[in-house]
Design a binder for this molecule. Structure first.
Ligand SMILES: Nc1ncnc2c1ncn2[C@@H]1O[C@H](COP(=O)(O)OP(=O)(O)OP(=O)(O)O)[C@@H](O)[C@H]1O
Ligand SMILES: [Mg+2]
Length: 257
């Protein structure tokens, strides 16, 4: 029996093509992940214009409340991966969903609102130089529109948690590298965000301070926050007992679940 093939017929009146006959011009896209998946990387590649290949068809699914370490040698793309998750970099291909949004589709106010729900510890701290420690940390709460009373209620306990209450009035250039790093951690957690992305948050800390910071992150995790910590310190990652994902040659490998 002869099968009839559907032809695309252009309507001579309107010159428009019936939508159901048009092949999709965009690549096939997956449906957004279910609600319990807070992070999904779907065949994600990231190749910088200079040819640096950080991710090559990488996949990852994290549920709300997961706490993982991402390890990998210097230059493998750990920071790049976190930048993709909060929309500072765009993937060369593939899809990234965070908190129900496809990250690289977000622009302007939507992107700003999306980022307000993520606490980021930057590898290079990114403190505001002409603001004190307290002002740097309070800035996040002000951006979230919190009231002064609420800001005061949260500020001091958070500074105490990172051992910096006594430096509240100091400016960043009056602090050591490790102290600046702890300010950036305080800023990331002060608003108790549902997702924390911490890029080498203990890179400049001694073991005692590093352990204290990990405990603080674990504490936040017990309240339901999802936490991703990058590190090249396998020992520290191992001490925590949390799952470890290794980034190697553009792929993500679960080392311990
Ligand atoms: N904006 C950029 N333009 C071009 N190449 C970049 C850019 N940012 C990073 N890279 C390159 O991508 C690779 C991964 O960099 P990335 O900073 O993500 O690595 P990393 O794993 O965080 O390293 P480290 O452990 O030293 O912090 C490196 O080769 C780096 O040179
Ligand atoms: Mg890095």
């Amino acid at each position: 029996m002869k099968t009839s093939r559907r032809r695309i017929v252009i309507n001579p009146q309107t010159r428009s093509i019936p939508l159901e006959n048009v092949a999709p011009t965009r690549p096939f896209r997956q449906a957004p992940p279910p609600k319990e998946i807070i992070i999904r990387l779907q065949d994600v590649s990231k190749i910088y214009p200079d040819g640096s290949r950080c991710l090559i068809g990488a996949n990852l699914n994290l549920k709300r409340g997961d706490f993982i370490f991402i390890t990998g040698t210097s230059g493998t793309g750990k920071s790049t991966l976190l930048k993709l998750l909060y929309g500072e970099e765009t993937p060369s291909s593939g899809q990234i969903y965070v908190n129900g949004s496809e990250v690289h589709e977000l622009k302007g106010d939507h992107l700003a609102k999306f980022r307000r729900r993520i606490g980021v510890v930057f590898q290079d701290y990114k403190l505001i130089p002409n603001r004190t420690v307290a002002e740097n940390v309070a800035f996040v709460l002000q951006a979230q529109g919190r009231r002064q009373q609420e800001i005061e209620r949260r500020l001091l306990p958070t500074l105490k948690m990172v051992g910096l209450a006594h430096k509240a009035d100091a400016f960043p250039d009056q602090l050591s590298g490790g102290e600046q790093q702890r300010v950036s951690i305080a800023r990331a957690i002060v608003g108790t965000p549902p997702l924390v992305l911490a890029d080498e948050p203990t890179g400049n800390l001694d073991l005692e301070n590093a352990t204290q910071i990990l405990r603080t992150l674990e504490n936040l995790n017990t309240y339901g926050a999802t936490i991703i910590v990058t590190t090249h310190d396998h020992h520290l990652a191992g001490l925590s007992g949390k799952p470890i994902v290794e980034l190697r040659q553009g792929q993500l490998y679960w080392q311990k679940r």
